[in-house]
Ligand binder design. Structure first.
Ligand code: ZN
Length: 310
């Protein structure tokens, strides 16, 4: 479940400002040609949603359809492990009805979630990873400097978890806007069907691959690897530069596993990845763990992984 304050948008408990908004909603639906009073979305009926990272916005758009306006905190190319929101984004959050967080321990959320929620006490917060079994970071990537065990935050990259995200988002939208519950349920049903067939398609593409190891610089693909019986070899420990000693051991492992491609995310510096690639006589290739085009991106990444393992 998403922890939602189960109150329809603009209904009971509305403040004076809310009542004025409610009035203008009725007013603009009576006189469709009248300009909208809502300067933020340009469409007064929209549910204003903020998501912390780009992939989550995909699920909100697909389940919410025309009824949602979605803004993303961490923009494409920025690093969710270190991002700080801009003042305009804080202002946007202060007007949001729903915030969809990953809830899986991404540094951006650990540092900012409480401050963002404090901006708007009535905002519903959906935990996208509710009901997801979070994986531990593998021992290699776990980093002995951490005192507590750390879960792998990149849960969205498995299609099964994607279905759970879609369901969590749907529950929050229904709680906020029960009048359109059937519509959200139907959108969810279509999306689930697509995600199930995506999983089948990826499984089929990976069948017959014998060497099932791929190397990524940043360890974002652990859930994907687990879902498809692959082995992710990660060079980096969450966000840290590799020491020369660690670099040598990564190069040794890459050689031993027959790795020829080092996958890099667009968000991270590729210098050390290029060094590894050079040392093993291989190349670097991009794969994006943070794309907002979830299905197309997973398809594309699969193609790149398949090619590297063949
Ligand atoms: Zn990451």
């Amino acid at each position: 479940m998403c922890q939602g304050k189960k109150r329809p948008v603009g209904s009971a408990g509305a403040t004076a400002a809310g009542l004025i908004l409610l009035f203008s909603l009725c007013y603009s639906s009576l006189f469709a040609a009248a300009p909208s009073s809502d300067a933020v979305t340009g469409a007064a009926e929209n549910i204003r949603v903020v998501t912390s990272i780009e992939p989550l916005s995909f699920f909100v758009k697909r389940v919410g359809g025309d009824r949602v306006h979605v803004a993303v905190m961490v923009p494409p190319g920025a690093n969710p492990h270190s991002y700080e929101p801009r003042p305009a984004q804080m202002a946007e959050t202060a007007k949001a009805h729903l915030f969809v967080k990953a809830g899986s321990g991404i540094e951006f959320e650990l540092a900012w979630m409480n401050k963002l929620i404090a901006l708007r006490s009535t905002m519903t917060v959906c935990n996208a990873s509710q009901d997801v079994g979070l994986r531990e970071m593998s021992e290699r990537n776990h980093g002995h400097t951490h005192e507590h065990s750390r879960s792998d935050p990149h849960f969205w990259l498995s299609p099964d978890n994607a279905i759970l995200i879609a369901r969590n988002v749907e529950r929050s939208l229904v709680a906020l806007d029960p009048v359109h519950a059937d519509e959200y349920a139907e959108n969810l049903r279509k999306l689930e069907a697509q995600l199930i067939s995506l999983k089948r398609e990826i499984t089929r593409k990976l069948s017959g691959i014998k060497n099932r190891s791929f190397m990524v610089f940043h360890p974002a693909w652990g859930y994907y690897a687990a879902a498809f019986n692959l082995k992710q070899i990660a060079a980096e420990e969450e966000g840290k530069e590799l020491t020369p000693k660690k670099m040598q051991s990564v190069i040794r492992q890459a050689r031993a596993e027959g790795v020829r491609v080092v996958f890099v995310s667009p968000t991270f510096s590729t210098l050390q990845a290029e060094t590894i690639a050079r040392e093993i006589g291989g190349v670097t290739r991009p794969v994006d763990p943070l794309s907002g085009e979830y299905i197309a991106n997973l398809r594309q990444a699969t193609g790149a992984f398949v090619e590297s393992m063949r």
